[in-house]
Design a protein around this ligand. Structure first.
Ligand code: ZN
Ligand code: ZN
Length: 272
């Protein structure tokens, strides 16, 4: 069978799971197949990959954003089961190594935050984000003159993040909570304060403002992720961001592609 067209050289991306209950994303280009975070069970990741026609055994590496368990709970299992290299910065590794069980040290590769590195067919830029973890990052992936960025667990937006997420051909951005739902919800006060704080999570309104700024600069493709189970729901997150864009003259679904990626459901495979 012969490959036709330029299908072979596209970047493929999917959200396997995204939300405060567990995270795992997937990106592929040529022979490089990367899992970003491993925060649900191994079997769920394996099945999610199968649902988009991929196999966990074919993964090249797993990249880790930060140590919170919704991003790392099956990191040990995945690296042991598939002899999978882990790319992680030292700050995150120093926390993670104490709770993921025995792993082959030869599979641990350290990157430095804010320093680009090469991983197979991608250049990867791990950029710092403000969050209550030791050295948390988002990732931009570069290949074929395209840029795909994933950025969640963001306490507040700042100019460094704006610079790193702009000009992305696809951006997955956190849209964690609705402020009114959080304030009126059942969480204890210290937890509410943590989520709202400068090192917590990005609310729907701040995500809307950020996406509006990017849309005004010509950015077109957005996924909303890491939704809170308690303090948000997919329709509300979408309505808030889409409403902000529409109020400012954009046609969502025409000028702008906007979708929510879900906590417990694997997205389609996006081709970029
Ligand atoms: Zn998280
Ligand atoms: Zn976190």
């Amino acid at each position: 069978m012969k490959w036709s067209g330029n299908r072979l050289f596209m970047i493929e991306f999917a959200s396997l799971f995204s939300g405060s209950s567990g995270n795992a994303l997937y990106i592929e280009h040529k022979d490089t197949r990367i899992l970003i975070d491993a925060g649900v069970s191994g079997i769920r990741i394996e099945n999610a990959l199968l649902s988009i026609g991929k196999r966990a055994a074919d993964l090249t590496a797993v990249l880790v954003t930060h140590e919170h368990s919704d991003h790392t709970s099956c990191l040990g299992v995945m690296t042991r089961r598939y002899n999978l290299p882990i790319y992680i910065n030292r700050g995150t590794w120093n926390h993670v190594k104490n709770f993921i069980g025995k792993v082959n040290e030869a599979n641990i590769y350290h990157f430095n935050s804010n320093e680009e590195f090469t991983l197979g067919d991608f250049k990867v830029n791990p950029f710092s984000i403000p969050h209550d973890a030791s050295d948390p990052v988002g990732f931009s992936f570069f290949a074929e003159n395209k840029k795909i960025t994933t950025a969640t667990d963001i306490g507040h937006m700042n100019d460094d993040i704006r610079k790193n997420i702009e000009n992305s051909d696809l951006l997955l951005l956190e849209c964690n909570h609705d402020l009114r739902m959080l304030e009126n919800g059942s969480y204890p006060y210290p937890l509410k304060r943590r989520i709202k704080g400068d090192f917590g999570h990005l609310c729907n309104d701040h995500t809307s403002q950020t996406i509006l700024e990017l849309a005004r600069k010509g950015q077109r493709r957005f996924l909303l992720g890491h939704l809170s189970h308690e303090n948000n729901y997919p329709e509300l997150a979408f309505k808030t961001v889409a409403g902000c864009l529409i109020d400012n003259g954009f046609e969502v679904g025409k000028d702008i592609e906007l979708e929510v990626v879900l906590r417990d459901q694997t997205s389609q495979l996006y081709f970029i």
